[in-house]
Write a protein that binds this ligand. Structure first.
Ligand code: ASN
Ligand code: ZN
Ligand code: CA
Length: 331
């Protein structure tokens, strides 16, 4: 038995946070035994191997500044922790595979690497430091996006190309937003954008918008016959837009101080059923109906089946799913 400590973390993106740590051979390890033993490693700019377990003498981690090597580790550990807590509390799923086992996170990957990724083979999330090393890719929504790739691999496992790839990507964006909203961190409020804090475009704009995905200049708002031929990070727009419409409805709306304006493909008006129910429906579809070959038409059927299972075929929720898919031209 080793006592679980609650480390004091100073994150870059989410304020001062508690991180799961434990007493190690000397000092403390950034290992969270309350969440399946998730551990955070420092690649020290390498691009392979496990890296070095992040440790600390006094259980106070990071400074909130990117210059401190521990800071990115705090953000990564915090994102993994929130994502774990979300799947457990909201969907009753303990860990990526539902087996109680934590993944690992690796920070400081490569040099000026402007990306983050999930890898099934190491069961790990990996984060670059960003351009100029000032904006590591470790914001909580990006962490939730990457960790959700692990959940998708363990469930629907939609193949990462064509329409199924767009659905795989959208699943990561949908739960990234869900984790962020559910985190209830006043330093890091929920929104329907992904990556708004990492400033990947250098102009303060997020990586993705869900109310109107085409605002990024590339993502699709609505299904068309071409959807399977674009990058999966752009065809994801169709399902992200569906999720927004299902949650919040069409038209203008302000949430947590952020203004949204979501159009529909055909000008129809869609009523939202609320984000909590939309999350339940997407998770049920992912874990019960989606497969490697699910395309947009099959995703519509899978989410309708999920809504029927959860709320009944005559429910407002079921009708909401139908209306939201029509709103993105999936019929
Ligand atoms: N950050 C990207 C993603 O999670 C990395 C990739 O495209 N493999 O989708
Ligand atoms: Zn992704
Ligand atoms: Ca966000």
């Amino acid at each position: 038995y080793q006592a679980i400590e609650n480390g004091a973390g100073h994150s870059q993106y989410s304020g001062d946070v508690e991180v799961g740590s434990k007493k190690g051979t000397s000092g403390f390890d950034l290992t969270d035994d309350t969440r399946g033993g998730h551990s955070t490693y420092d690649l020290a700019h390498g691009q392979s191997g496990e890296g070095k377990l992040v440790t600390d003498d006094d259980d106070t981690w990071g400074t909130g500044k990117p210059e401190d090597v521990q800071t990115a580790a705090v953000d990564a550990a915090y994102g993994a922790q929130l994502t774990w807590d979300y799947y457990k509390a909201v969907h009753g799923r303990e860990g990526i595979k539902g087996d109680g086992k934590g993944a690992t996170s690796r920070v400081h990957y490569g040099n000026a690497y402007v990306n983050a990724f999930w890898d099934d083979s190491c069961f790990c999330m990996t984060y670059g430091d960003g351009e100029g090393d000032k904006k590591p890719l470790t914001s909580m929504d990006v962490a939730a996006h990457e960790m959700t790739h692990g959940v998708t691999s363990a469930t629907g496992n939609m193949e990462y190309s064509g329409e199924s790839g767009g659905l795989n990507e959208a699943t990561s964006d949908i739960f990234a937003a869900a984790v962020e909203f559910n985190a209830k961190n006043p330093e890091d409020i929920g929104d329907y954008m992904v990556g708004e804090k990492i400033d990947i475009n250098g102009d303060g704009s997020p990586l993705r918008y869900m109310d109107k995905p085409s605002k990024d200049g590339s993502s699709l708002d609505n299904w068309s016959a071409d959807a399977g031929n674009v990058d999966v990070h752009y065809s994801s727009g169709i399902a992200n837009h569906f999720f927004y419409l299902l949650s919040e409805g069409s038209g203008a709306k302000e949430i947590n101080g952020v203004k949204y304006d979501s159009p529909t493909a055909d000008g129809s008006k869609v009523e939202g059923i609320g984000r909590d129910k939309a999350e339940k429906i997407w998770f049920k579809a992912l874990t019960s109906y989606f497969t490697t070959t699910t395309d947009y038409k099959a995703a519509r059927e899978g989410t309708l089946s999920a809504a029927k299972d959860l709320y009944g075929a005559d429910s407002a929720e079921y009708k909401g799913v139908d209306a939201a898919w029509a709103g993105v031209n999936v019929k």
